[in-house]
Design a protein around this ligand. Structure first.
Ligand SMILES: C[S@@+](CC[C@H](N)C(=O)[O-])C[C@H]1O[C@@H](n2cnc3c(N)ncnc32)[C@H](O)[C@@H]1O
Length: 278
């Protein structure tokens, strides 16, 4: 089929711009290049991929699942419905964590990406600093299959461990970075497209969404070195509750909270035995 014919086909089920974006992404061409190649005949595997992606969109799936990839921190990650689609806010967690690692630690420290999903956080940190000893961990065997695809695609040397939080972990880490499930089961703001497509195991948590912060904070010191950093992504209304939990379980720590680019409280960084200078 020719590019023009494929675009016409796409226009019948999705908006013409979406159709162009989809085909352009599959062919690695921008919209202008597509227009210049309207008469080019594409290979059959492109036609199949385009039709499959259109079907996903018709079924109300997110574009990233339709394309089977997303861009996170400038890196292309494979994603499918086995994992949460990494969010832009989480790039800020990676950015700050990487800066804190550079500022307060040596290169060859142990970093745990707890609740890793696609592996976006841990693999990005590894790509930014190859000396880091990174472990990705998640309870979901199917999410870890995706993390493994990304590890291999990016050629990065990280450990992958299936574990219900710390239960199967034996090491002590200098840094734990974690974007756990934190949406309350009664949340009314969650978008339909998220609710209907992304794994609920990755989204929801008990106790007003605070379950994982409490489970992690109550036991994490057994898995941390004396000098440590815990970097959490949080729900935008959870800052004070997470700080309460921190004070309940951890002593003599310093904390920095940060807002995301939208101005919402989104990150909590907890330091122990580190002289923090902002
Ligand atoms: C919000 S997603 C974050 C995924 C990824 N870190 C990211 O930022 O895109 C939360 C992840 O926690 C995992 N998870 C849920 N319960 C868990 C548990 N008890 N132990 C470990 N991981 C768990 C889910 O499978 C999911 O991959």
């Amino acid at each position: 089929m020719r590019i023009e014919e494929l675009l016409c086909l796409g226009n019948q089920s999705v908006h013409k711009d979406t159709s162009k974006l989809l085909l352009g992404t599959i062919l690695n061409l921008n919209p202008l290049e597509l227009n210049l190649h309207l008469n080019d005949v594409v290979e059959s595997h492109v036609v199949t991929k385009f039709k499959e992606a259109l079907k996903c969109l018709e079924n109300g799936e997110p574009l990233q699942y339709a394309l089977k990839h997303t861009n996170f921190y400038g890196i292309e990650f494979y994603v499918d419905p086995r994992v949460l689609i990494p969010r832009f806010e989480t790039e800020e967690l990676v950015y700050n964590t990487n800066n804190y690692i550079k500022k307060y630690f040596n290169d060859n420290i142990k970093v745990l990406d707890l609740c890793c999903g696609s592996g976006a956080i841990g693999l990005t940190l590894k790509s930014l600093n190859n000396n880091l000893d990174i472990t990705l961990s998640d309870i979901s065997a199917s999410a870890l299959e995706v993390a493994k695809i990304n590890k291999e695609k990016l050629g990065l040397d990280v450990k992958i461990i299936e574990s219900d939080l710390f239960t199967k972990l034996k090491d002590k880490y200098n840094v734990i970075v974690c974007n756990p499930p934190y949406i309350d089961y009664n949340d009314k703001e969650i978008e339909e497209i998220v609710l209907n497509n992304e794994p609920h195991l990755a989204l929801f948590a008990k106790n007003d969404g605070l379950e994982f912060y409490e489970r992690i904070l109550s036991i994490c010191e057994e898995y941390l070195e004396t000098e440590y950093l815990i970097a959490f992504e949080i729900g935008y209304q959870q800052k004070y509750k997470v700080l309460e939990l921190m004070n309940k379980y951890l002593k003599e720590v310093e904390v920095i909270t940060k807002k995301d680019m939208a101005g919402l409280d989104r990150m909590v960084y907890i330091f122990k035995n580190i002289k923090v200078i902002e």
